[in-house]
Design a protein around this ligand. Structure first.
Ligand SMILES: Cc1ncc(C[n+]2csc(CCOP(=O)(O)OP(=O)(O)O)c2C)c(N)n1
Ligand SMILES: [Mg+2]
Length: 806
C-alpha cells in the first residue's frame, strides 16, 4: 500500500479507538443488513401489481458497505460532497436512515413512487443527496467539476465564510472506469490543477456482465499518477497482513497477487473447502502453509482469504485519515461484489437477488428477530445507547441538511440591446455579452462562461477580453507580451470569469451542472453560460440530461446551427437539436430570428435560471414558477433586423414562444409559420403570396418548446376539469379559421413545428431538414433541402389545393 503520509494510527488498545471500532463495525453490519433487506422487501414482500421485477443491487451495495460506513460515520465533514455509485443507492439510504435523515416508509417504498430512489437523486430523494448518479461515469466527473467550482468561488472570495472547503468525493464502480467521460474529466482536471477531489474505486473486479480484465489495477495506478494524482491502494486487510507475516505468508501473498480475477471470484463464491483445496494444490508444499490452513476452519479460512482492505474498517479508516492535504487522491480499494452475502464473488451476481431461504439464513446470522427488520439497532453487538450516542456525534451530520439557498442576483434595469440594420443572432449574442462585460454590475460579476475550445468562434471573445480567463495561477498572455497583434486577450488569473475547456462537450455539460448547482451546494449563486456548436450538443447529450436531472441552472448557447452554416456544413449540420430542445426536461429552448428577440429572451433567462418556486407565476410544465435552464439555438447568418421596439406584450409573446409578425385576417386561407434563421425566406414567401392570398398571416415562433409545453399543459388542465385553461399557442391560432392551412418552416427537423396542426385541427405542410450532410452556400442548400422561398410557395400552393370543399 502506498501512502505518502504516514499518520500514526493510535494503538488498537486505546479504549476510545476500540469503542469507535465497535460502533463502526456494528453500524457496518446494520448498513449491510438494511440495504439488503430494503431490496428484499421491495422485491418479495411488497405487493407487485405489474409482474415486473423491482430489482435493486444487493451485491453492488454490499461491495461498498465498509467504505461508506467509514466515510459517513467517521471521515466525512459537512462540507464534503459525495457522488455515490448509482447502484449503491440502498447503502446511501440505509446510512441516512441511521442518521435520522431518512424515514422508514421511504425505505419500505424503495423504488416505488415517492419512495427512496433506485439511484440517489438530488431532486427526488429527501435525504440530502449531494450529486445525483445513475448514468455511470457522470457522477464521477461531477466531483472534479464541483471541485473546480469550489476553487473558482474560493479564489474570488465568494465562498460563504461559514463554509470551509470540502472534499468532492466519488464512489466509483470499477467498471465506471470504462466510460470515456471519466478520462475527459481526468485530463481537464489536470489542466486546471484540481484540488480536493477523492475518487474511491470500488475495485471488486466485476462489472454487470463479467469479471474484469486482470492487471487493470496497474493501468489505473499509472493513469492517475500521470495526471498528478496520489494513488492509495487498499489491497489487504489487517488479518491477511498478519497472515503474511507468518511462516509461508510471503508465498500466500504471492499466490493471491498472482491469482486471476476469475479464479479468485469463483473461490470467494465457493467458500472455505474450495480455498483449502486450491491453496493446498498450489502452495501446500511451502513450509508454514499447511499449518496455517490447519489452524483455520472453513469459515475462518474463507474469512481470511476475503479479508480485502476495502472490507476492513481499520485499513479503510487508516487510508482515508492518512490523507491530509488537498492533492487529488484515488483510493483503489479492493472489494468483493456481494461481500457477506451468499452470492459473493459469483460473476452473475450483479442483478442477483437473495431468495427467501437465503434471506432467512442471513436474517438469523444478523440476529434480527422477525418483525424487527427495520429496527436500527436490532441484533447488533454494541449497546443501542452507545450507538445512538455515536450517531448523534457523527461529524458529517453536525450541520444538518446541507442544501443552501443563495439570494437572487439582481438584474440590470436596462438589458443590452445591440442595434444594427443587419445582424446574426450569434453576433447579437456576442455583443450582448460584451456589453454586459463592459457595464459590469451584479449580473456580470456572477456570470461564468465556458466553452470547449469554441470560445472565439461562438462570439464570446468580447466577453473574455474584458473578463479574462479563470486559472488558479495567474498566467500572462504571451502573445500580448510579445506584442503579437491579436483581437483576443488570453490573460489568465483567479479573477477570470471564463473557463476554457478542451474539446469535450461532456465536460462542458458537467461543468454546467456543477456551476449551475453552486447556489445549492456552495451557497453562492453563479449564472453559467456554456457555448458550443449546435450539432455537438449530441456529443454531450447524456451529460446535458444529467445536468438537467439535477436541476442545475445554466444557459447553453448553441451556434451555429442547422444547415445554415452552409459551406462549413456536412458533418457540422444539426437537424434533430430543436427536437432535443423540446423533449429535454428542465430546459427551455428558444430559436429567435432577430436580435431584439434574443435580448428579451436572455434578459428573461437570467431571471428564469434563478427561480425556485417561490414566485407568483403559475406552476405548470413551462416551469415559470420553478425555473429551469435555457438553450438558445443561434445562427451565424446575417439577416435584416426589423425596425421596431418590443413593447411589453410583444416581449411576453416572444418569451411565451411566438407572435404574429403579420397578423392574419380572420378569414385568411393561409398562414406561414417560421422559426429562427429562415425568417427571410418566410418573409419573402409571405410577401409574394399576399397577391394571391390576401390576409395571409406570418407567425414567428421563438420557442417551439414553450408553445408545445404550454399546449400539453393546457390540455392536461382541461382533462382535469379546468375548462378555462388556455395555452399561448391556442390564442395565437384562434385568430385563424378552421379551414386555414399552415406552412411551417424551420432549419431543423420539420416535426419541430408540424404538430401545430394538431392544436386546432389546421392542415399543415411542414418544411424542414430530414436528410443532411451536403456543404454549399445558403442559396444552394436551401434549394437542395427545399426550405427556400420557392419551396415555401410550392408548399403554400399544395396547402391551398388540399383545402376541404365547403
Ligand atoms: C451509462 C450507463 N450505461 C450502462 C448502465 C447499466 N449499468 C449499471 S451498473 C453497470 C455495471 C457496473 O459495474 P461497476 O461499476 O463495476 O459496479 P459494481 O456493481 O461492480 O459495483 C452497468 C453497465 C448505466 N447505469 N449507465
Ligand atoms: Mg465492479
Amino acid at each position: 500500500m502506498t501512502r505518502s503520509q504516514s499518520d500514526p494510527i493510535p494503538a488498537a488498545a486505546d479504549p476510545a479507538v476500540d469503542a469507535k471500532l465497535r460502533c463502526l463495525r456494528a453500524l457496518e453490519a446494520k448498513v449491510r443488513w438494511l440495504s439488503t433487506w430494503m431490496i428484499h422487501n421491495a422485491n418479495h414482500l411488497r405487493e407487485n401489481r405489474d409482474g415486473l421485477k423491482v430489482g435493486g443491487h444487493q451485491a453492488s451495495s454490499a461491495s461498498l458497505v465498509t467504505l461508506m460506513t467509514a466515510l459517513y460515520f467517521d471521515v466525512l465533514r459537512p462540507e464534503d460532497r459525495v457522488a455515490v455509485k448509482p447502484h449503491a443507492s440502498p447503502v446511501f439510504h440505509a446510512i441516512h436512515y441511521l442518521l435520522s435523515n431518512q424515514t422508514r416508509d421511504k425505505l419500505e417504498d424503495f423504488r416505488a413512487l415517492g419512495g427512496a430512489q433506485s439511484y440517489p437523486s438530488r431532486t427526488k430523494d429527501g435525504d440530502d443527496v449531494d450529486f445525483s448518479t445513475g448514468s455511470v461515469g457522470l457522477g464521477v466527473a461531477m466531483t472534479s467539476f464541483a471541485a473546480l467550482v469550489q476553487d473558482y468561488l474560493d479564489l474570488k472570495g465568494l465562498l460563504p465564510e461559514s463554509l470551509p472547503k470540502g472534499r468532492m468525493i466519488a464512489l466509483v464502480g470499477d467498471a465506471e472506469l470504462d466510460e470515456g467521460n471519466v478520462y475527459e474529466a481526468l485530463l481537464e482536471g489536470w489542466k486546471h490543477d484540481l484540488r480536493n477531489v477523492w475518487w474511491v474505486i470500488d475495485y471488486n473486479r466485476q462489472s454487470l456482465d463479467a469479471v474484469i480484465t486482470d492487471r487493470l489495477f496497474g493501468r489505473i495506478d499509472q493513469l492517475f499518477q500521470n495526471m498528478g494524482w496520489r494513488v492509495v491502494t487498499l489491497k489487504y486487510g489487517k488479518r491477511l497482513e498478519a497472515a503474511f507475516r507468518r511462516p509461508g505468508g510471503e508465498a500466500l501473498r504471492q499466490w493471491i497477487d498472482d491469482c486471476p480475477n476469475s479464479l479468485y471470484s469463483a473461490l470467494v463464491f465457493q467458500g472455505g473447502p474450495a480455498w483449502r483445496r486450491q491453496l493446498l494444490a498450489d502452495i501446500g508444499d511451502v513450509p508454514g502453509i499447511e499449518a496455517l490452513l490447519e489452524g483455520l476452519d472453513d469459515a475462518a479460512l474463507a474469512g481470511l482469504m476475503t479479508n480485502l482492505a476495502g472490507h476492513d474498517l481499520e485499513s479503510v479508516l487508516e487510508a482515508f485519515h492518512g490523507v491530509r492535504d488537498d492533492r487529488p487522491t484515488c483510493f483503489l480499494a479492493y472489494t468483493i461484489k456481494g461481500f457477506g452475502l451468499p452470492f459473493a464473488g459469483h460473476k452473475d451476481n450483479h442483478a442477483g437477488l437473495m431468495n427467501p431461504e437465503q434471506m432467512e439464513a442471513f436474517q438469523q446470522a444478523n440476529k434480527v428477530a422477525p418483525g424487527a427488520e427495520w429496527e436500527p439497532f436490532a441484533g447488533l453487538e454494541a449497546p443501542a445507547a452507545e450507538l445512538e450516542a455515536f450517531l448523534a456525534a457523527t461529524p458529517f451530520n453536525a450541520a444538518g441538511r446541507r442544501r443552501y439557498r443563495a439570494p437572487a442576483v439582481a438584474l440590470p434595469a436596462r438589458f443590452p440591446l445591440p442595434e444594427a440594420p443587419a445582424m446574426s443572432t450569434q453576433e447579437g449574442f456576442g455583443r450582448i455579452m460584451a456589453d454586459l462585460a463592459r457595464d459590469g454590475g451584479a449580473l456580470a460579476e456572477r456570470i461564468v462562461t465556458a466553452s470547449p475550445d469554441v470560445t472565439v468562434s461562438t462570439n464570446l471573445g468580447g466577453w473574455v477580453n474584458r473578463r479574462g480567463i479563470f486559472d488558479r495561477h495567474p498566467r500572462e498572455d504571451v502573445f500580448r507580451e510579445q506584442k503579437v497583434v491579436s483581437a483576443q486577450r488570453w490573460g489568465m488569473s483567479p479573477a477570470g470569469q471564463h473557463i476554457e475547456l478542451g474539446i469535450a462537450e461532456n465536460n462542458l455539460f458537467i461543468l454546467m451542472a456543477a456551476l449551475g448547482l453552486s447556489h445549492s451546494v456552495f451557497g453562492t449563486r453563479l449564472l453559467p453560460i456554456g457555448t458550443l456548436y449546435d450539432p455537438f450538443i449530441q456529443r454531450g447529450l447524456d451529460a446535458l440530461n444529467y445536468a438537467c436531472y439535477q436541476d442545475a441552472r445554466f444557459m447553453i448557447v448553441a451556434t451555429p446551427s442547422g444547415i445554415t452554416l452552409a459551406p462549413e456544413g456536412g458533418a457540422h449540420q444539426s437537424v434533430g437539436t430543436p427536437l432535443i430542445g423540446m423533449a429535454q426536461d428542465g430546459l427551455a429552448a428558444f430559436e429567435p430570428a432577430f436580435v431584439d428577440e434574443l435580448s428579451a429572451i436572455m434578459a428573461w433567462a437570467f431571471d428564469y435560471l434563478q427561480r425556485d418556486g417561490s414566485g407568483r407565476a403559475p406552476s405548470d410544465w413551462l416551469r415559470d414558477r420553478e425555473g429551469g435552464s435555457v438553450y438558445l439555438r443561434l445562427s451565424t447568418r446575417t439577416i435584416d433586423q426589423p425596425e421596431r421596439r418590443l413593447d411589453d406584450a410583444l416581449r411576453e409573446a416572444v418569451i411565451a414562444g411566438g407572435y404574429w409578425l403579420v397578423p392574419p385576417d380572420p378569414a385568411a386561407e393561409l398562414a406561414i409559420v417560421y422559426s429562427g434563421a429562415l425568417a427571410p425566406e418566410a418573409i419573402e414567401a409571405h410577401r409574394l403570396i399576399l397577391e394571391d392570398v390576401p390576409g395571409a398571416g406570418l407567425l414567428a415562433v421563438t420557442s417551439a418548446d414553450r408553445l408545445n409545453a404550454g399546449w400539453h399543459a393546457a390540455e392536461r388542465s382541461r382533462q382535469g376539469g379546468e375548462a378555462r385553461a388556455r395555452a399561448h399557442v391556442e390564442d395565437l391560432l384562434a385568430r385563424l379559421s378552421p379551414e386555414t392551412a399552415l406552412v411551417t418552416l424551420v432549419d431543423g427537423h420539420p416535426a419541430t413545428l408540424s404538430w401545430l396542426g394538431a392544436v386546432a385541427g389546421h392542415r399543415v405542410q411542414a418544411l424542414g431538414v430530414e436528410h443532411f450532410g451536403q456543404s454549399g452556400d445558403v442559396p444552394d442548400l436551401y434549394q437542395h433541402y427545399r426550405i427556400d422561398a420557392d419551396a415555401v410557395l410550392d408548399a403554400c400552393a399544395a396547402a391551398l389545393l388540399g383545402r376541404p370543399r365547403r
